[in-house]
Design a protein around this ligand. Structure first.
Ligand code: FAD
Length: 329
């Protein structure tokens, strides 16, 4: 497992076809991780995150499960070009779509490939806690249900503890509010996990709110970036400059108060790489080559990398009047 500034070269040990358009890649990676977390893959000149479908508490291998997105840059390449024995470049696991320490029911709603982190969470919850678990999966048809057999097996080996409902669009149309309410009934004190296509997540979230679930009990994992557009930050210029270098392009702008380095890079007109924007995944890392910066949160870089000037730009703030940040390695 070779290391390259936040990225590790890991070997694919085996590939499993889950459905006609979803494949699991088992990786020879000994990374510590929590159920529900993801790694970010560097491939074809870009970055994509993939949640672990394996559970650190149950499975011997670390696995990611990737649905083929037609016309996409990375997922079709992974499906068509990768074989067992090939290597992938990944970050260490990150993310906070994880189990909380309590005994309350775990209630999950997963649409399509959104089942990936949920499968990991459910396996861990059933194996390491006595919590009640409920899951509603939503898919187009039976053929497209990822982990269908494994989920059905878990439901039959945990009768009374794991309630599983499969919703199939071809038979039932879109998921209804009544179906969601039926899963939620009696679990208002639970933790609610939602992952899937944006309209599915928005609908489930609305129904949870309507059922009286409090906002702090809902965890949502977004597979699509929240926004590529510049963030809305207070525009208060202050003394000093920040120079950003990305793909050979160098731009200098004034510093703004309370702005992170990635926000500055976006204000300068760049679209820098990012994923979690919570200091967990290292996708947005860059090197400070002039001046100094500090991170609000750092759950991804080790001491040596920080000493070499690497910074998570989603968490980095300038400490000196002139700072240069290089995304190019
Ligand atoms: C935290 C996190 C966890 C994730 N976990 C998983 C997981 O476990 N499993 C999984 O399968 N996915 C997961 N994803 C999603 C994954 O990261 C990718 O977004 C997904 O695989 C698509 O990537 P791609 O490169 O194949 O497609 P992209 O290249 O991103 O393309 C996506 C779509 O946009 C269209 N498109 C691309 N470029 C253009 C353009 N210029 N103009 C118009 N349309 C365009 C494509 O045709 C395609 O339909 C996760 C994402 C996040 C953020």
């Amino acid at each position: 497992m070779a290391r390259d500034h936040g990225f590790h070269s890991v070997r694919i040990t085996r590939i499993v076809d889950e459905t006609p358009d979803a494949r699991t890649f088992a990786l020879d990676a000994r990374f510590p991780y929590r159920a529900g977390q993801f790694v970010t893959v560097r491939a074809r000149g870009t970055l994509r995150s993939y949640s672990m479908s394996s559970s650190p508490d149950v499975d011997d291998e670390l696995c990611v499960t990737v649905k083929r997105v037609p016309g996409g840059v990375v997922s079709p390449w992974m499906h068509e070009e990768l074989s067992a024995g090939d290597t992938l470049e990944t970050t260490l696991p990150g993310g906070s779509f994880c189990l909380r320490e309590n005994a309350a029911p775990l209630v999950a709603f997963a649409g399509g490939s959104g089942v990936t982190p949920v499968f990991s969470l459910i396996k861990s919850a059933l194996a390491t806690t006595g919590r009640e678990v409920r899951l509603l999966t939503a898919n187009q048809d039976t053929e497209s249900v990822i982990f269908r057999e494994a989920l059905d097996d878990l439901a039959s080996t945990h009768p009374g503890r794991f309630l599983l409902r499969h919703h199939l669009d071809d038979r039932q149309g879109w998921v209804t509010g009544d179906e969601i309410q039926a899963v939620v009934t009696g679990t208002l004190d639970g933790d609610f996990y939602v992952c899937g296509p944006e309209p599915f997540m928005a609908f489930v979230h609305r129904e949870l709110t309507r059922s009286g679930v409090s906002e702090d009990r809902v965890l949502i994992e977004r597979f699509a970036p929240a926004a590529e557009a510049p963030d809305a930050v207070e525009e208060t210029p202050r003394e000093g400059t920040i120079t950003v270098v990305l793909r050979g392009d160098r731009r200098t702008v004034a510093q703004h108060a309370s702005e992170t380095l990635i926000q500055t890079a976006r204000r300068a007109g760049f679209v820098p790489p990012f994923s979690c924007e919570a200091g967990d995944c290292a996708t947005c890392m860059a090197r400070v080559t002039e001046g100094e910066a500090k991170m609000r949160v750092n759950n991804a870089l080790d001491e040596d990398e920080v000493a070499e000037g690497w910074v998570l730009t989603c968490q980095g703030e300038p400490l000196t009047p002139h700072v240069t940040v290089m995304y190019d390695d």
